[in-house]
Design a protein. Structure first.
Length: 156
């Protein structure tokens, strides 16, 4: 933290490239809380931190905007809350094997025994309505984490 404070005490933009790579879990957590927390508190609302990382889960609660870059190209850029609303995991359990209906709007469809799991990018409400018509025993929907969105986007 002293190094960052010495190098950029009043800057509006802090760029961190894999800042917690190679650190043990305790030190990673301390780094995130101390360095990023202190930097953000310096001038609330007027500072930006750009973090390039593969450890998305560690920064999940701090991310306001989320961008996925693959091979140098921007693949997705959204407000983090908007991304969580759009990308959903829908699970349905049926009395027997799930129907063989096509779910073209889904990024991924997985059937396992009596269960059906769909990953969607938007259109979750319509898909839930369609699944309700098939009368499942159980039907749930949850937002994906930003890491799950990353995986779903690049595997689609």
């Amino acid at each position: 933290m002293a190094l960052i404070a010495a190098v950029c005490p009043e800057t509006d933009l802090l760029v961190l490239d894999e800042p917690t790579s190679g650190l043990d879990p305790i030190v990673r957590r301390e780094f995130i809380e101390a360095v990023i927390g202190a930097y953000q508190q310096g001038i609330p609302g007027q500072r930006t931190i750009l973090v390039s990382t593969h450890l998305i889960t560690e920064f999940e609660g701090l991310i306001d905007e989320f961008t996925i870059i693959d091979r140098g190209r921007e693949v997705l850029s959204l407000d983090a809350d908007q991304a969580r609303q759009r990308y959903q995991k829908i699970r349905a359990r049926f009395a027997q094997a799930p129907p063989e209906s096509e779910f073209k709007a889904a990024l991924r469809v997985r059937r396992d025994g009596r269960e059906l799991e769909l990953i969607v990018n938007g259109g979750g409400t319509e898909l839930l309505g369609r699944l309700r018509q098939l009368q499942p025993e159980a039907l749930t929907s949850e937002s994906l984490t930003l890491e799950e969105i990353f995986v779903a986007t690049l595997k689609a």
